[in-house]
Design a protein around this ligand. Structure first.
Ligand SMILES: [Zn+2]
Length: 374
């Protein structure tokens, strides 16, 4: 069995076909898939799919850097509210197709802590309730003082590595206006909403904080806010004792600045869509324990990534699709699916000089361990 450690069934490109895509993935031997979270617009659809495929599809929770705009505090508040509850409660969200606030966002109507109780740093609500597996709680790793902004101390130097330039833009995430979430209910699957907290914790475990990070590719308007949001979500991950899933584009130096500031959190996680050098991998691991997520890009003509991968230890390699983006050869340029994950695995096997079965077994063990997949 393979594990796709980063996918987006709820993306509008894949959503109409999500149930079929899950079936095709399972037929291809991809038994577990983790959906990366993006923002409040996409979240209801993500969790709805997660509800239907408990034990097969797992969820991350987090605010994507490309979704950090003027309303970042409101967005981050929702992330913290969900974290405080330990689950996503569909009953507290207005279906996005019924929202007319001009943003198309799902609105949190509140069974958790009220917004007035939310401090701007968004941390205190974590004390209000248990999390998945009872993981939320005061952590000795956590230090409130570390959230003090040191934005001015962080280099604003832009990344000079061009190796990440092939990463997907997720540009559609910023342009979505509506999802008809009711249309995504599949046939024959468990599509009951999370009406009871205990059901939601069981059905929709949050296995990572992600995808979070920095993305300067689309513009530099919210660079400071992106760094602050990243820092706060790294704190959240430490508090929840969860791994992080890092999205990074054109911003390695700033990422290292934030990670250096958060070294005391002893973070663990995954560098999603890794296409950088071995030196970047090594440097990231000075600040925490980081694996690399290898996807369709490895099947492109890219000798440098293959050389890098040769040097990265097997226990640090995870497989991912980032579907519907970044489809591997021979589907390059088309809509990606988790079902294509074995194509990525085959290329990794070739680079590592191992059998496909060995790569399948090792990367699945790596994923189940890092994300504690049950
Ligand atoms: Zn993604």
């Amino acid at each position: 069995m393979f594990v796709d450690t980063h996918t987006h069934f709820y993306d509008e490109w894949l959503l109409p076909d999500a149930d079929e895509a899950v079936r095709r993935a399972q037929e291809a031997g991809v038994g577990k898939m983790i959906q990366a979270d993006v923002d409040s617009r996409e979240r209801p659809a993500m969790w709805e799919i997660g509800n239907r495929y408990q034990g097969t599809i797992f969820q991350m929770l987090g605010l994507y850097p490309g979704s950090v705009t003027q309303d970042w505090r409101e967005e981050l508040d929702q992330v913290h509210r969900i974290a405080a509850m330990g689950y996503f409660d569909n009953s507290t969200f207005t279906p996005v197709d019924q929202v007319h606030d001009g943003f198309g966002r799902g609105q949190f109507l509140g069974t958790g802590p009220s917004p007035t109780n939310m401090p701007q740093n968004g941390l205190d609500p974590l004390s209000v309730g248990p999390g998945p597996g009872g993981k939320i709680g005061p952590s000795p790793k956590f230090s409130q003082t570390s959230i003090v902004s040191s934005l001015d101390q962080v280099h604003s130097t832009h990344d000079t590595h061009s190796t990440h330039s092939t990463h997907s833009t997720h540009s559609t995430h910023n342009t979505h206006s509506t999802h008809n979430t009711s249309s995504t209910h599949g046939s024959g699957s468990d599509n009951s909403a999370c009406n009871r907290p205990e059901d939601c914790v069981r059905k929709c475990p949050i296995v990572a904080i992600g995808e979070i990070g920095l993305d300067y590719h689309e513009g530099l308007e919210f660079v400071k806010e992106q760094k602050e949001v990243l820092r706060l979500q790294l704190e959240l991950a430490a508090r929840m004792d969860l791994p992080v899933n890092i999205h990074l584009r054109d911003a390695w130096e700033d990422l290292f600045g934030v990670l250096a500031d958060c070294r005391h959190l002893h973070l663990r996680g995954n560098l999603h869509c890794f296409t950088a050098s071995y030196e970047v991998f090594e440097r990231a691991n000075r600040y925490g324990e980081f694996s690399v997520g290898i996807g369709g890009v490895v099947t492109f003509k890219n000798a440098s990534l293959a050389k890098t991968l040769e040097r990265i230890p097997l226990e640090k390699i995870l497989l991912e699709t980032d579907a519907p983006y970044l489809a591997p050869v021979p589907h390059r340029g088309q809509r990606n699916e988790s079902a294509y994950l074995p194509l990525v695995a085959a290329k990794v096997a070739e680079i590592k000089g191992l059998s496909l079965a060995e790569i399948e077994s090792i990367t699945t063990q790596n994923a189940e361990k890092l994300f504690n997949l049950q």
